[in-house]
Design a protein around this ligand. Structure first.
Ligand SMILES: [Zn+2]
Length: 277
């Protein structure tokens, strides 16, 4: 069993062949966390989760989508209470696509609102982060960590598509957060030590599909079936068996998002009883 802890199955990139793309993932025993990026895409994520047993949904607002600060927070809260909705996110700060400091102030306020929503509803939070570029490296994590520490942080969360430093990773880990890696680690060597540093029981795997396809698919449309390339890279860097990486990261994902397979797990028990009778 494998979990792709962050993908956008509802995006238009899959409108022509969504069911085929999902079939490829399901036949490889890949379970999917479909991440919302605004109210509409969160609704679409929930629809997909309700159509497929192997999909769960999250409800969030990508920082670049919430620039106006005028958020229908009760609309998000309604969605958050629906069946198979497992997290608030993605939310966070993106200084790359929002370089204006007045808009960054708004982003921080919006992020705080969603943190409150996560705490109130006892949900983990999926955090998006991106620095403005060279010369401002580290600013975004400094701001995110300050907000997390100043507020009552959600008990659980993940720093998604993490490309920060080892010291920043350590601070998220200390807050109880998981660190999530995707295709970036297959084609950029500067994160090798970071992957080695984060303990396997605190790592999540993700594709961030349709973006960031791993090697050997780099530059193409990404899809959840390619998650195995990320798993292989983590196994190689940590010098751990591939199966162990799959097992542990799946367990991490289920723990963070509180996913249980009660109905599935119960069936062998029933069968045993029928045979016994
Ligand atoms: Zn994403």
């Amino acid at each position: 069993m494998i979990f792709d802890s962050h993908c956008h199955l509802q995006f238009p990139q899959y409108d022509q062949d969504r069911e085929e793309m999902l079939a490829r993932a399901f036949s490889a025993k890949i379970n999917l966390i479909c991440v919302g990026t605004d109210l509409e895409s969160s609704k679409r994520a929930i629809e997909l989760a309700h159509q497929h047993t192997q999909i769960w949904a999250t409800v969030g607002l990508h920082p670049t989508e919430g620039a106006e600060g005028d958020i229908d927070i009760s609309g998000y809260e309604k969605l958050l209470k629906m069946e198979k909705v497992v997290a608030v996110g993605e939310v966070g700060l993106d200084y790359y696509r929002t370089p204006e400091s007045n808009k960054q102030v708004v982003q921080k306020k919006v992020f705080e609102k969603f943190l409150c929503l996560a705490v109130k509803n006892d949900k983990p939070v999926i955090i998006h982060s991106r620095d403005a570029g060279q010369g401002s490296v580290g600013v975004v994590h400094k701001d995110l960590l300050a907000i997390l520490k100043n507020n009552l942080p959600p008990k659980r969360g993940v720093a998604h598509s993490f490309t920060g430093t080892i010291d920043e990773a350590r601070q998220y880990l200390e807050l109880g957060f998981y660190i999530s890696f995707n295709g970036i680690i297959t084609f950029a060597r500067q994160y090798d030590d970071l992957v080695k540093f984060v303990p396997l029981d605190r790592i999540l795997l993700e594709t961030d599909a349709p973006y960031l396809a791993p090697e050997p698919y780099r530059g193409q449309r990404n899809e959840p079936a390619y998650i195995i390339e990320v798993a292989k890279k983590v196994a190689e860097l940590k010098n751990e068996p591939y199966d162990k990486v799959l097992k542990q990261t799946s367990m991490n994902c289920r723990q963070l998002f509180q996913i249980s397979f009660k109905s599935i797990g119960f069936m062998p028990f029933l069968r045993f009883f029928r045979h016994g009778a």
